[in-house]
Ligand binder design. Structure first.
Ligand code: KG4
Ligand code: ZN
Length: 338
């Protein structure tokens, strides 16, 4: 069964065809990063306009690359939440039009569920139940994945997402947006123990995250040094910062896995591309006897293959969307798992 996936929740216009939920047949991503970089972050209005301009060609290329036509597609899976509302609406409207004119079924896919599915297209053997850390530019969640369509969020960020924190730290160090990958490279050259940065805790909520204090600590470290005329080695700051973020993400995830009796952990989202996180999580899983699944690097960031994969599992569970489908800017995974 072929599912056509469409993703437009932020700054990537993407379409993909996935067979039986696991086999990626085509995967097309048109990124807008170069344009948003001029402004130091994603400009929602520009994102919506570029999605409008790109979506037809991106979907057409996904079908062409797969050597398929719409006739071969069983259903169209589209990201409808969460994300930038104007950006979501482009994908949702396009998918509705395509479904209506082709007579294909439409399935609404939650973006975070899509990130979780990035491990299904990377690892054919991964099956629920397991615990998944999703760390992206907009979210930092620890999620119990009880089956392919049921989730419970047991840890979340109280303020900034991990990716947001990477991007702010990167900006302070003078790297371009989005700076996560630049921190990753700089950290490889720096001393991870050069600076002792705070590990903010969330009172009364063991698995929740708080990254704003860490973000402020990096900003203060760099600005205080500048005011005193001192120069810091950005590689050392990047390495110390990355070590701290990874320690926080790994610690909460491992603790949650132990408490929940899980044997398997997965990581997903843009930050799962981080080499320090991948290494630290692997070491912690080896030490504690957990099996770890990490997405292939090309499926860590936003893409439509993960949406088509999750669309398949949603489709076979009976989920369908009608022509009244709308984009939703904020929607917890818990709310779609009732
Ligand atoms: O999942 P994603 O592509 O978009 C959202 O759904 O938010 O995540 C984007 C985030 C950005 O904050 C970006 O800096 C971060 O993922 N990121 C990284 C790396 N690659 C991307 N953060 C740390 N290390 C990386 N190698
Ligand atoms: Zn994402």
């Amino acid at each position: 069964m072929y599912i056509l996936g469409i993703e437009s929740s932020c700054d990537e216009t993407a379409a993909a065809v996935v067979k039986d939920g696991r086999e990626v047949i085509s995967n097309v991503v048109a990124t807008q990063i170069a344009e948003h970089r001029l402004y130091g972050g994603v400009v929602p209005e520009i994102a919506s306009r570029r999605h409008c301009e790109n979506i037809y060609q991106v979907v057409e290329k996904a079908l062409d690359d797969a050597s398929l036509t719409l006739d071969d597609i069983t259903a169209i899976g589209v990201t409808y939440a969460p994300g930038l509302i104007g950006a979501l609406l482009v994908g949702v409207s396009f998918a509705k039009g395509l479904a209506l004119t082709s007579g294909k079924e439409l399935v609404n896919v939650h973006h975070i569920a899509g990130h979780i599915a990035s491990n299904y297209i990377t690892h054919k053997e991964l099956e629920p139940p397991y615990l998944c850390l999703v760390a992206s530019g907009g979210h930092s969640h620890i999620i119990e994945v009880s089956d392919y369509t049921h989730y419970k969020v047991i840890g979340r960020t109280r303020d900034d997402a991990a990716g947001e924190c990477f991007d702010k730290a990167a900006r302070t160090l003078g790297f371009e947006y989005p700076g996560g990958k630049f921190i990753d490279s700089a950290a490889k050259r720096g001393d991870p123990f050069a600076y002792d940065l705070p590990h903010p805790r969330v009172q009364g909520s063991e698995y929740d995250f708080s990254f704003s204090g860490l973000k402020t600590a990096v900003i203060n470290l760099v600005h205080n040094a500048a005011q005193k005329g001192q120069t810091l080695d950005p590689d050392d700051v990047a390495a110390s910062f990355q070590r701290t973020v990874c320690e926080i993400l790994v610690k909460n995830t491992i603790n949650a896995a132990k408490a929940g009796g899980y044997k398997t952990i997965a990581v997903a989202g843009g930050v799962s591309a981080n080499s320090g996180l991948r290494d630290a999580m692997q070491q912690a899983c080896d030490k504690n006897g957990f099996k770890l699944f990490l997405p292939e690097l090309k499926y860590c960031g936003d893409n439509a293959a993960m949406i088509a994969s999750q669309g398949y599992y949603d489709y076979i569970s009976g989920k369908r969307a009608g022509m009244d489908l709308n984009g939703i800017a904020t929607l917890s995974l818990d709310d779609i798992s009732k």
